[in-house]
Design a protein around this ligand. Sequence first.
Ligand code: F6R
Length: 635
Amino acid sequence: MCGIVGYIGKRNAYPILIKGLHRLEYRGYDSAGVALINAQGQLNIYKAKGKVAELEAYASDKDTTGTIGIAHTRWATHGEPNTVNAHPHYSESERLAIIHNGIIENYAVLKAGLQKEGYSFKSETDTEVLIQLIEYTQVNKHVDLRTAVQLALQQVIGAYAIAVLDKDHPDTLIAARKGSPLVVGVGQEEYFIASDATPIVEYTDKVIYIEDEEVVKLSTKGQSTKGQSTKGQSTKGQSTKDEGIEITTINNVQKTPEIKRLELSLSQLEKGGYPHFMLKEIFEQPRTLADSMRGRVNVRQDNIALSGFIDNKERFMNAKRIIITACGTSWHAGLIAMYAIEEFAQIPVEVEYSSEFRYRKPVINRDDVVIAISQSGETADTLAAIQLAKEKGAFIFSICNVIGASIPRLSNSGCYTHVGPEIGVASTKAFTAQVVALTMLALCIGKEKGTMSEEQYLHVVRALGQIPDKIECVLSQNKRIADFAKTFTYAQNFIYLGRGYNYPVALEGALKLKEISYIHAEGYPAAEMKHGPIALISQEMPVVVVAPRCGTYEKVVSNIQEIKARNGRVIAIVTEGDKMVSKIADYVIEVPETEECLTPLLTVIPLQLLAYHIAVVKGCDVDQPRNLAKSVTVE
Ligand code: F6R
């Protein structure tokens, strides 16, 4: 939510910042802005409403020189998305500039105090309050910029990743974080800061992950990179010997910077010939799932080894209950896991929206295992939910994609999904990898507890190994799905139905359609249709039914007949060779046969493609749908 990027070094900062903003645009794109200090010591700020391209157009005839700068792409929280509320913000004297990702919760109190001191505010943002507070502190306490930032942040309640410039000190950039991510890139006599490593990767593979309540001072004065080496390994515990980087806490305790080696390649951040990241990510799934299983499902496909489970077996064996907490698509993956864990491990599972769980005074016991699922690892509600569960003594296991993110760092143990960066705002490859990781976990617990037979275990493990190839088969129907997607762009509403393991798939299919095509869609357990939604069925209402040949298949076929009897139009996802549904549905997409618990990994693929193609035909911005941001770091 909001992306921040900064540069200090010898190069012209502007092109680096603009490229960085494009990489971070998935985090928010309501407005964008940049601040640069030029060689004459002027602090220039340029801002534009809308995407980074609007900012580029606006700044095209302006002075964009300067070897130090900060830039921001915004997802609006306080104040509507317009140029005034866009970041960076000047301080009262226009000597300082700030960019901010997060929310200052006590901004109203701080603002009132500053107004009494004669400070005026141009924007409605909480961020402007912070830069005024920093300037007020600097002026009244006669301290340097870093100290002023430290003292100001001591008064702040909320979350922040900030970067601050001072035009009187063009050789220094100050940044800090609490609750919002911040990475420093360490180059040769140059430094980068960003919300994640994507703007940094083409310049350096040396990064420092800033911790909560740390303040980093980057300076080119007296900077030397001599003696610095990180080849191959993280330099955990070693000083960087780089006089250009100083890290302290907001209480001015000195910290030793730890340079880590970045595991990210540039090609992962590019579309690779696809028109959209979302389509690229849908097509990547055979490979990403193979990556998720690599080293975990053994070559003979008869065993699963999850180190996060092996090291903490006792916690799982003693668990009386498993609570799964997540948001959005990750919550849907959690719902699928509930079916798998209860079936294989016979441990009761509760699946909770993190936002509800954290506020409803839940009963959490010391022998509960809490599984947090998050692609980004930064979702504010999920982070708060596990904080609460941890305080109550529960064991926290997280399923995450972004390595080193806040949620895995706070967890006792976990499992990374290893699908690489997911850039399309609508989650696709992260979802299937979460389902794979959770299924592997369910199998590990079931085997260890002896609650599933050896035969069943082997069947599922082998079937899991075959999933990447089977997804290839589903993807080969892309053209056909694209063709019939055109038929449905008229629709104002869609219903998605599924049962058992495929009920969460119906929810996920509906969410995908809503978020990228802006068509209203609802997912239901198929049998619930009769209890209300059937009233909506008419010729105008497309109904997507997920009906693989397993579990309650016959009952779902009856539901399809009920829809057809009311002239609804049915798009059915069925198992290869299905005869019954093919006769009655209007459109049929076949998926290969697999174990029931793994069917979501196949049935969700046509739903991702259907949503994608409908959105494309409608001319929607698939990768950056309106009002959304990839990583929801605010409540
Ligand atoms: C939907 C989507 C969101 C996320 C949700 C949780 O396509 O991407 O619903 O799933 O915001 O995000 P993470 O998984 O990063 O915690």
